[in-house]
Write a protein that binds this ligand. Sequence first.
Ligand SMILES: NC(=O)c1ccc[n+]([C@@H]2O[C@H](COP(=O)([O-])OP(=O)(O)OC[C@H]3O[C@@H](n4cnc5c(N)ncnc54)[C@H](O)[C@@H]3O)[C@@H](O)[C@H]2O)c1
Ligand SMILES: [Zn+2]
Length: 368
Amino acid sequence: MNDLQVNLGSRSYPVYFDSDHFEKIPELIAANFNSKVFLITDTNVEKLYRTSVTAILKKVHCEHDWIIVPAGERYKGLITTADVVGELLKKGAHRQSSLIALGGGMVGDLAGFVAATYMRGISYAHIPTTLLAMVDSSVGGKVAVNHPLAKNVIGAFYQPKFVFGDSRFLDTLSKREMVCGLAEIIKYGLIAELSFFEWLETNWEKILTNDVKSVRQAVYTSCLIKTRIVEKDEFESGPRMILNFGHTVGHALENLSGYETIKHGEAVLYGMIAASYYSMKMNFLKQEDYIRIERILTAIIKNHEEKAVADFIKKTSWKDLLGKMLSDKKSTGSMKLIVLKGIGRAEVHAVTDQSKVADAFEHLKVLS
Ligand SMILES: NC(=O)c1ccc[n+]([C@@H]2O[C@H](COP(=O)([O-])OP(=O)(O)OC[C@H]3O[C@@H](n4cnc5c(N)ncnc54)[C@H](O)[C@@H]3O)[C@@H](O)[C@H]2O)c1
Ligand SMILES: [Zn+2]
């Protein structure tokens, strides 16, 4: 079992990654929670894993109940939040009850937000079932739901009691969802560690085919990088902002697509190309480094063949995108981008010439 510890004083917690058929779950629940647990999952994960997880919990007489939410980013909002709170009240959840998010980043963000606010805060854990959630959303305590006008604008910083990922969950994950996780994995190499990026240049295809050793290496290194950044800046007042590399353009694309056509990781893939292109045009990033970045990211996009995404980008106007980018909560009134000063080195940058961002966005249209 590969363990990591997120060191945040009284809010510290362990992150585990394993492939033991979920056998550790009851042990972790017993060690962390002393009252009934409510597992929150979505309709897809329920179909695949409710029976096996229930069997494991029953074996150790763990008192639990299930709350099921509809699958999909467009359900990560206040209506679903209110439904979950209603279910918790009806089922008698109280201040000592705990929540477990069993699912991807959508379930994790939603359940984490409910945990942060239900009766002013109850404890929770995340058992991530997508690659993206294993490497990113389950670690760091950012929990949020979307508003129709903008993504993740209703939220909190609220750390889980533990995170437990199991590579077995990835056996049922679609290639499209694996690509989304890979996007965030590459982000870590680009913002923080050249040697990890170099490793990814030769191993990314193995991750997509769920090669256990490569996935393990990628999940561990990604969580380690994220953990170290979060420890420096839990509440995102400075260094943590670099984790949003590729997300300013990415979130705007996701929101414009109504959270339907483009998935989060796909939007981040394109957003990272745009931010890297901008970095090169601003002379922050050497041209040869940009070429390396574009090579790996476009190879993933081509391998992935999600034509609807490329078509959506082609028909999106800069004006619409800019409107969304300026309403993104990270823009604080003016536009901020995370730029690369080299592979493995990222910085927050205030944009003074929006036409250069427009050029970077238009460049995305000629890629596919
Ligand atoms: N909190 C953070 O720090 C943070 C970081 C990155 C992303 N996010 C958020 O995470 C979300 C994206 O996460 P995601 O990509 O995991 O999305 P998701 O939770 O919507 O999962 C993607 C799809 O995979 C399905 N699924 C989940 N596990 C499965 C499995 N094992 N087998 C088969 N299907 C499975 C889901 O039902 C869903 O249809 C976005 O809302 C994004 O904003 C949050
Ligand atoms: Zn992301």
